[in-house]
Design a protein around this ligand. Structure first.
Ligand code: HEM
Length: 402
């Protein structure tokens, strides 16, 4: 294994142009490179073949304890390894199947349009606060049968658990940040405990009620399991879609030609979503911990070692995409790994796709022309690539929304 120091400049270069950093990693790094990351030693894996190999072997590259968010209970199903993992996916997959998610189309469209109504007539907005942050959380509130007035509480829980350092204003891993994360974790368990109490007494047509009722092969989820799944959803289902919207709109704002294709031919949107997921890879990497001493791509790896599998690099690897540095909406096939791979491949991919497709469609009907505010350089967060401040100018011909 090679050793490199973690480097602030590397993070800055990465925020601006991750694809170039991925290329450099693939060209200069072996299969596994050891770095001293903010959370301790970490093996970086940049090549697609090695990433696929690791994801195919969860018995060696395990998920158990790969993610620590001060959750006192397991993140179901993310931190559960096979064979137990299978039971959860068997119960959960049908609830998030493409056909079920299609049914959400009208409510997602309506939520997106309500958000756009709120800035109708403005020629400048902050895209994050006005659109990319509230939309996924509102979709989730709708799924849970909760009023939209719960949005601030939801956002506080989400931010407190995912980026506590931003909330308290200190570097990641500092005691104040960890303390805030712990308190937020407790408040999330309490929030969902009381929601479960309510739905157990008074069932509704919503996700929690479906969790309580669903039974597959005689198996039902226990109350604790539902709590653990709900906790994970808050982490996995909100920021990821926000980040995808940020990445996609930042790209499209800077590329009038790609935007034109979407405006002139909205039927290209599903393919555009896939290609932008590939190119931008909003979830940069997934983490695994070696269950025993092993090797990957010829590099020895000790037991108990955290490994960062760089999905963004896999998504631009020449071995899979001959012209991976070109963004084209007619790419076919497009075997991107933005939703991960192997047994833990994203449970919410159909929901995410639905949200992204509808958002792109409704937005471009009303705002075919927009740009990042001149003079602003967007700064993407690490890990999950969202943008905290996204000043956007709206301009040009605004099409009739009907
Ligand atoms: C574009 C948006 C999204 C992206 C890019 C994304 C990405 C990912 C990735 C890369 C993984 C694999 C994690 C790993 O292997 O360690 C994952 C897993 C997961 N995602 Fe998503 N996700 C998105 C949206 C969502 C949504 C909306 C939900 C809500 C239901 C969701 C729920 C989950 C769950 C529950 C898992 C764990 C699955 C398992 O362990 O079996 N995701 N996601």
């Amino acid at each position: 294994m090679a050793n490199v120091d973690s480097d602030d400049n590397m993070f800055e270069a990465f925020s601006r142009n991750p694809q170039a950093v991925y290329r450099q990693m693939r060209e200069t790094m072996p299969a596994v490179t050891l770095i001293e990351g903010p959370m301790g030693p970490m093996g970086i894996v940049p090549h697609r073949r090695d990433i696929e190999e690791a994801l195919r072997h969860p018995e060696v590259f395990a998920s158990f304890e790969a993610v620590d968010l001060q959750n006192v209970r397991p993140l179901i199903p993310l931190s559960v390894d096979p064979p137990d993992h299978k039971k959860y996916r068997k119960i959960l997959d049908p609830l998030f199947a493409p056909r079920v998610m299609m049914g959400l189309e009208p409510s997602i469209a309506s939520l997106a349009n309500d958000l756009m109504d709120a800035f109708e007539g403005s020629d400048e907005i902050d895209f994050s606060t006005a659109f990319s942050v509230p939309l996924p959380s509102q979709v989730f509130l709708t799924l849970l049968g909760l009023p939209l007035g719960e949005l601030p509480a939801f956002l506080a829980m989400k931010d407190g658990i995912i980026r506590p350092n931003h909330v308290v204003g200190c570097p990641a891993g500092q005691p104040e940040a960890v303390d805030h994360q712990k308190k937020t974790a407790e408040s999330i368990y309490e929030y969902f405990e009381s929601l479960l109490d309510e739905r157990s007494i008074k069932p509704q047509d919503d996700l929690i009620t479906r969790f309580l009722r669903t039974e597959i092969d005689g198996e039902k989820l226990t109350r604790e399991e539902i709590l653990d799944i709900s906790f994970l959803f808050l982490i996995a289902g909100l920021d990821t879609v926000t980040a995808s919207l940020d990445c996609m709109f930042a790209f499209l704002a800077g590329s009038p030609e790609h935007r034109r294709q979407i405006v002139e031919n909205p039927s290209v949107i599903p393919a555009a979503v896939e290609e932008l997921l590939r190119w931008e890879t909003p979830v940069v990497a997934v983490v695994r911990v070696t269950a025993r001493e092993t090797e990957l791509g010829g590099c020895p790896v000790p037991a108990g070692h955290a490994m960062s599998l760089m999905l963004g690099s896999a998504n631009t690897d020449d071995s899979e995409f001959g012209d991976g540095d070109v963004v084209r909406f007619d790419r076919e096939p497009n075997r991107h790994m933005a939703f991960g791979g192997g047994v833990h491949r994203c449970l919410g991919s159909h929901l995410a796709r639905q949200e992204l497709r509808v958002a792109l469609r409704e937005w471009h009907k009303r705002y075919p022309d927009y740009a990042i505010k001149p003079g602003v350089e967007l700064s993407f967060t690490e890990g999950i690539r969202s943008v905290d401040h996204f000043p956007m100018v709206l301009g040009g011909l605004v099409a009739d929304p009907t």
